[in-house]
Design a protein around this ligand. Structure first.
Ligand code: PGA
Length: 220
């Protein structure tokens, strides 16, 4: 059921300065929108999570944070890994199995391990799939349907097809929340969010531009 989930995936963009600029523009304008019944989750790079957390806390607005990835390993002697405990210091969500990670080496067993370990650290996975046939690991409650052709291409899937995938997922488990991602922008967002089976959107490019993202939030 609603409220809609609007998830921003900033990918590997934004320096710390750019993040501050984004927040300084976004936060007052977001407050001006008044009470909106939509849940916003911002997913910046690991290095920016603290900046986002501090800024949002100081502004006293209830926007959630998520990471874009998680180590499949726990705390330990794993040089370079960012684990669930690190993320939990700042965020409650994590994107798992994005196609841009699968493309660079994460196979089904790795993304499954990641979903499992996210749960161990009390993080909610936003589990990305490319279609209704993808296996959904146990304990996943939020699924993002993101067909590869639609990501960053300006060529979104049709709302009808996204709805069809969402309904197939919900047949497996009626409690799944299914969001759509792939070339969502302020102009097309409502065509997806008005579908009964679609619980929100995962937004890449359109989230980087504050004005566009605010419009998207309003239009969703
Ligand atoms: P896009 O990216 O909105 O730029 O297509 C979506 C995503 O990759 O999550």
């Amino acid at each position: 059921m609603k409220p809609l989930l609007l998830v921003a995936n900033f990918k590997s963009y934004m320096t710390k300065n750019e993040a501050k600029n984004w927040l300084e523009e976004f936060v007052p304008a977001y407050k001006n929108l008044g009470n909106i019944d939509k849940k916003i989750i911002l997913c910046p790079a690991f290095t920016l999570l603290e900046t986002f957390k501090n800024f949002l806390e100081n502004a006293n607005i209830s926007i959630e944070l998520g990471a874009q990835n998680i180590s499949r390993l726990p705390e330990g002697p794993y040089t370079g890994e960012v684990n669930g405990a690190h993320i939990k210091d700042f965020a409650n969500y994590v994107i798992v199995g994005h196609s841009e990670r699968r493309q660079y080496g994460e196979d089904e067993s790795v993304v499954e391990e990641k979903a499992r370990i996210a749960k161990d650290y009390s993080l909610t996975s936003i589990f990305c799939v490319q279609g209704a046939d993808n296996k959904i690991p146990e304990d996943v409650s939020i699924i993002a349907y993101e067909p590869v052709f639609a990501i960053g291409s300006g060529n979104p899937d049709t709302p009808e097809n996204a709805e069809d995938v969402a309904m197939k997922m919900k047949k497996l488990n009626k409690d799944y929340k299914v969001i759509y991602g792939g070339s969502v922008d302020s102009a097309n967002v409502n065509s997806f969010t008005k579908m009964g089976g679609i619980d929100g959107v995962l937004v890449g490019k359109a989230s980087l531009d504050v004005k566009e993202f605010l419009k998207l939030i309003e239009n969703a």
